[in-house]
Design a protein around this ligand. Sequence first.
Ligand code: SAH
Ligand code: SF4
Ligand code: F3S
Length: 454
Amino acid sequence: MSIKEIKTYKIVTFGCQMNARDSEKLAGILEDKGFSEVADEDTADIVIFNTCTVRENANQKLYGHIGQLKKSYLENKNKIIGICGCMMQEKDEVEKIVEKYPQVKLIFGTHNIDEFGDLIDEVIYTNKKVIKVYDEAENIEKTLPTKRVFDFKCGINIMFGCNNFCTYCIVPYVRGRERSRDVDSIVSEIKKVVAEGVIEIMLLGQNVNSYSGKAGDSYKFNDNNKVTFPELLNEVAKIDGLKRIRFMTSHPKDLSDELIEVIKKNSNICRHIHLPVQSGSDEILKAMNRHYDRSAYLKVIDKIRNNIEDVGITTDIIVGFPGETEKDFEDTLSLINQVSYDAVFTFEYSKRTGTKAAEMENQVPENVVKERFKRLLKVVEDNSGRNVEKYVGRTMDVLVEGEDKVSGKLTGRLSNNYLVHFNGDKELIGRIIDVKLTKSCKFYFEGEIVSKWK
Ligand code: SAH
Ligand code: SF4
Ligand code: F3S
């Protein structure tokens, strides 16, 4: 195969925001080599699947895609199919792929995406299969080129890995131990993207509240030179030209009063907190190793609501964790009713090999999980839209993000993460404008532009 025959690429992302940010780095590396992105997996010379393994259905998605590519691979034997991401940190999955899918030429993991440029060169120039996955991270980061999906917003990693070992979760095994980046390097990366036109960033970590980075030379906060998440956020909020700051995810056990204060004080920090509760039952929360109980969680919710005006609070729920009784499940339903979330993301428990919960004997039968999941969706549906009426009639800041394919209207986002649809010119995409919210449609609003300039 010669480099001349390789011109285009397509990266398919299956996972979370961190996975998506990694894909932007992979794209940056390929762009630097002169390849250009195409929309279609079938026609691309290089296809990279950036996988997720948090739930079984994330894995299945990958196999569906590889299967679909078989025809285009047979027509173009020069096609390079590569797989990376969290699923590749699992030895069994790598073995399965090597055995069943000879068309896959490149496999690497979450700890060596910085080597991607060399690995892809090796495949191109030697035409050999390249498999390189490390069990642990060797270095915390290297500055990699990126190609952003959006010109006006992007994610910024502030930490990697997770130390929490929630008993259902595979992430600590596939992303390794928690590593925080230094404040200096985070701030300089943000300044760079802002200079390139980004106005909204999302600070990314599995548990941003346990951020503990070194201050670096330019930032001295206290004697031991360690910086907390609220301190970092406060620093980031000072960056000129940065209009909006989001962060994801907050673990309820570590959400501090200081964080609430910092949000309150800085209007450019978005009024949105994603605070996954997972279950409303104390027994289940304990078995999940979440380190909070229902009442502690509700206290945090109250504090947030009492201090941050117009805040949007969203959550994740797992239904059917091992040992979950009907009573435990009803506790989850009652918590949802009590908190009145702005959005709830619901998941059926998925058994992940290697986690503690996978070994638990009291797994809930699938039919029970399915039946509970339906009831959960009904409660979530009945609750949706409970908080929105108070916003109707108000004019609020909206970051215009794109066009709604169905209605052709523009879509934008409020600081509290609600979506708004309104008529307007595509030129406005990427700007923050004033929109009057004219109607609530439960989880989004319809609106009218009031002013195009802010
Ligand atoms: N670090 C984040 C979550 C990362 S995974 C946090 O602690 O909140 C995103 C969500 O996937 C989790 O909040 C959880 O609801 C869900 N999830 C994780 N493992 C799961 C599993 N084994 N089965 C079902 N859902 C799971
Ligand atoms: Fe998984 Fe828990 Fe870590 Fe989130 S905090 S990534 S749910 S182990
Ligand atoms: Fe999935 Fe890995 Fe994110 S397992 S949720 S892509 S950290």
